[in-house]
Design a protein around this ligand. Sequence first.
Ligand code: SAH
Length: 362
Amino acid sequence: MKNNFRSFSQQEINTFITELGQKPYRAQQIINWMYKKLARSFDEMTDLPREFREQLKKTACISNLKLLQKQVSSDGTQKFLFQLEDGESIESVLIPNARGGNKFTLCISSQVGCALSCVFCATGKLGFKRNLNAYEIVDQVITVKRYLLAETQHAAPLQKLYEYSQPAIANIVFMGMGEPLNNLQEVAEALRRITSLMNFSKRRITVSTAGIVPNIYKLAEIIPEVNLAISLNATTDEVRNSIMPINRKYPLKELLKACKAFPLSAFRRITFEYVLLKGINDTKEDALRLVKLLRGIRSKVNLISYNPTPLQKTMRLFEQTDLKKILEFQSILHKAGITVLIRKSMGADISAACGQLKANYQ
Ligand code: SAH
């Protein structure tokens, strides 16, 4: 088995290069090629001497995610289906930012499948296969970024003159497949690489959790300053237990206590995701309870319209809350001084919307 440079930490690359009898700056060159210039092979690292590249290729390799399929939605959202080395597959979704400017939010996966079985979510229905390695998480960012840059190179030369028109990943959210806080070690290492090697600001990264309470405390300790999102989706334990089984282990009170303890720097807030399910969690009483629950937490709320998943036939059936009721719900929060957005669901026509990932593949 060759040594996979993707799996190596910065330190491991340093050690490997030194043991080959090379100067330490060569390690930095390789790291820049991999994480800044997004190289997929040693051959692309053209400023390394040819003999050195040949030497590397004898004992080392660079693995790459294999793009199985890319779908483009009518709203510009793109869904990437990637194959991993063991044949499993994961999805990443690139969403154009509402403000435009050729900026995107990249939604990445942290696990193959998910163990949490939230009843409204297609990934939950698939069950859990395995955790992703740090490098499989980072490689989603590298591959999509490389893809975006390649697109620009094909664009009209005039467009290249304008820096602002260069497409760029402005935000990264761990809202793809899986529960990131059930894979904290690898997610943390991925965050280290994305921030220190790819120079991506922690403030533009959001880790979203269904509420793995002990790991919310740990996240704050090991990766301070990363943004936290909580998929709340209910205002009583009874309802939350029935739609998100993880709530039986970590009930609302403990979850909100962890949120209150989560350190936030100036102007930062915790995002609470709230998928509205008709007749289940969308009443006026829910909105009022939500206001109470969030008291004392610097928060913003994203109201998400439920996306019927392609697996609906085999899943419990939910219906979307009517727009009028969504607006009423929003207004109650708004009047209580809570920042609340109705999140437009993107990519529904290609099953790239929240909770739909991987639904068409088995
Ligand atoms: N496990 C993490 C990361 C997955 S994020 C978490 O739960 O936060 C997935 C987001 O999509 C969550 O906020 C979830 O509540 C939402 N979601 C899941 N299924 C959905 C559906 N069918 N319609 C709308 N949103 C959904």
